[in-house]
Ligand binder design. Structure first.
Ligand code: ZN
Length: 79
C-alpha cells in the first residue's frame, strides 16, 4: 500500500515538474492527478509551449528570445 502511494506520488510530482517546465502547469497537475504515469507520458508528448525550435539550427530556444543563442540568427517569433 505504501509502495503504491509513493509510486503514485512520484509520478504526480513528475507530471507537475514537466508541466511547469513546458509552461503548462495546470495540465501537468491535472494529468498527473487523474492519470498518474500515463499523464506523465502524455505530458512528455505534448507540445512545449515555452520553447520553440530555431528554424536555422533546430535548437530548442525560449520563445521570447529574439536571437538564437546557439547560431546567433535572428528568430522571427510567430506565436
Ligand atoms: Zn539557431
Amino acid at each position: 500500500m505504501v509502495f503504491w502511494l509513493c509510486f503514485y506520488l512520484f509520478f504526480f510530482l513528475l507530471a507537475i515538474a514537466i508541466g511547469y517546465y513546458k509552461g503548462n502547469l495546470v495540465a501537468g497537475v491535472l494529468l498527473g492527478y487523474v492519470l498518474g504515469p500515463i499523464g506523465v507520458l502524455l505530458l512528455c508528448m505534448s507540445k512545449d509551449r515555452r520553447h520553440i525550435t530555431c528554424p536555422f539550427c533546430q535548437a530548442q530556444i525560449h520563445k521570447r528570445s529574439y536571437y538564437c543563442p546557439k547560431c546567433r540568427e535572428k528568430v522571427m517569433c510567430v506565436a
